[in-house]
Design a protein around this ligand. Structure first.
Ligand SMILES: NC(=O)c1ccc[n+]([C@@H]2O[C@H](COP(=O)([O-])OP(=O)(O)OC[C@H]3O[C@@H](n4cnc5c(N)ncnc54)[C@H](O)[C@@H]3O)[C@@H](O)[C@H]2O)c1
Length: 368
């Protein structure tokens, strides 16, 4: 384990999300929240590697990930490459006995994700996944509301998730348009986050019916609509779309219970939560209040944090990634459970696989 000394991070894939994690880790260190050092970086793209090296003042640079995972100074390996590379990189890191963080989707299928669970368990290493909505302040606030009030039995959960087509726009990442590299489109590449949220809030899913469309004729789908039944009787629906309209990406989440309602709007510059209990007025929660739930969740409420440190954890931008990195790296330092872990990813992959199967066969897929 890593307790007792500085956590030394090596990161593979210094592209969009790799840099986001590097910013998060560097700010946690600068704010005095973590004893951490970024000691090595790897990328096959020289420009991406050199720009990250300069920005984060890292001297040890590799083109071959095997060299990074076998670098003795590296305690923790972050895998931030396109999805088709995750399997080999995670296995190499685990076999070198390094703690692992891998971006979502973990792999292209549930069996592959299970294989990574087996390898990391056999090697006895911790394995966390980038299902970052678990550190969204509004969703943590929703969890807190459910603990503190009687909302009654959950009835219906709905998530509508839209994103401007990332192949053409947001990340300029051509690999997202290729099924062999990305594994699929808006469902696996983006809305695996939403499926994780539904599983996190309402538990195991026993059946899935899905329609998946390819409006553009690309290899990867640009639309998926899912109807799911949870073991506890809750019905979840998910509508996920990649489109070309010049609007901010938006996630709209609504939970209906027998005695209340919780709605969360994310990522549109209009981030807020609204809830209402039966017989009471609606209440709107803005970020400063939701931040309290995040700070408490991270166990930081009793620390006398500087405004800079609080901003590092909660500010809009890299916020959820800073919080995720803080939770992961401090769990390693205190020898406690990392969350979300590869088993959480397996649960989400199981639903993604079932949805693709349902769409292919045009029938409901039963899971339990
Ligand atoms: N958690 C989230 O919300 C979130 C957000 C965005 C991306 N992601 C995931 O992160 C991963 C990367 O996505 P991205 O947007 O950063 O992609 P990207 O294309 O911006 O970056 C990927 C980087 O990996 C490098 N790379 C490719 N092959 C390599 C190899 N063999 N060795 C070393 N480096 C290699 C590329 O040169 C590139 O710099 C994907 O799995 C994606 O789904 C997660």
């Amino acid at each position: 384990m890593i307790n007792g000394h500085t956590i030394r991070v090596g990161l593979i894939g210094t592209g969009n999300i790799g840099k986001t994690h590097l910013i998060g880790i560097a700010s946690l260190k600068e704010a005095g929240l973590l004893d951490v050092e970024i000691v090595a970086l790897c990328d096959t793209n020289e420009d991406a590697l050199n720009s990250a090296a300069e920005l984060f003042e890292v001297d040890t640079l590799y083109e071959d990930y095997n060299d990074l995972v076998n670098d003795e100074r590296v305690d923790v390996v972050y895998v931030c490459t396109p999805t088709n590379k995750h399997m080999d990189m995670v296995k190499a890191a685990a076999r070198a006995k390094k703690q692992v963080f891998c971006e979502k989707p973990l792999a292209h299928s549930c069996p592959q994700a299970r294989n990574l669970v087996a390898v990391t368990q056999d090697e006895g290493v911790n394995a966390a996944v980038g299902l970052v909505l678990r550190y969204d302040q509004f969703l943590l606030f929703a969890k807190k509301l459910l603990e503190e009030h009687d909302f009654g039995r959950p009835m219906l959960a709905h998530i509508r998730d839209d994103q401007r087509f990332p192949v053409d726009y947001a990340y300029y990442s051509k690999w997202r348009g290729e099924k062999l590299l990305a594994g699929g489109g808006t469902l696996i590449e983006h809305s695996i986050h939403d499926i994780d949220v539904l599983h996190w809030f309402f538990g195991d899913i026993e059946s899935v019916y899905a329609i998946v469309s390819h409006f553009t004729g690309r290899e990867v789908e640009d639309h998926a609509s899912l109807m799911m039944k949870h073991k506890d009787g809750t019905i979840s629906t998910l509508d996920s779309i990649w489109h070309w309209v010049e609007r901010p990406n938006e996630r709209s989440i609504e939970f209906f219970f027998e005695k209340g309602y919780i709605g969360v709007r994310l990522e549109s510059g209009k981030r807020y939560l609204e809830y209402q209990l039966k017989g009471e007025e609606p209440v709107r929660i803005w970020q400063e209040n939701a931040d309290i739930a995040l700070i408490e969740h991270l166990g930081l409420h009793s620390r006398n944090m500087s405004p800079e440190a609080a901003e590092t954890i909660t500010s809009v931008g890299t916020e959820r990634f800073s919080a995720l990195n803080f939770a992961f790296l401090s769990a390693l330092q205190s020898d406690s459970e990392v969350s979300p872990n590869f088993m959480d990813a397996v649960a989400a992959h199981k639903i993604v696989d079932a949805a693709y199967e349902s769409a292919n066969k045009n029938r409901q897929v039963d899971l339990l």
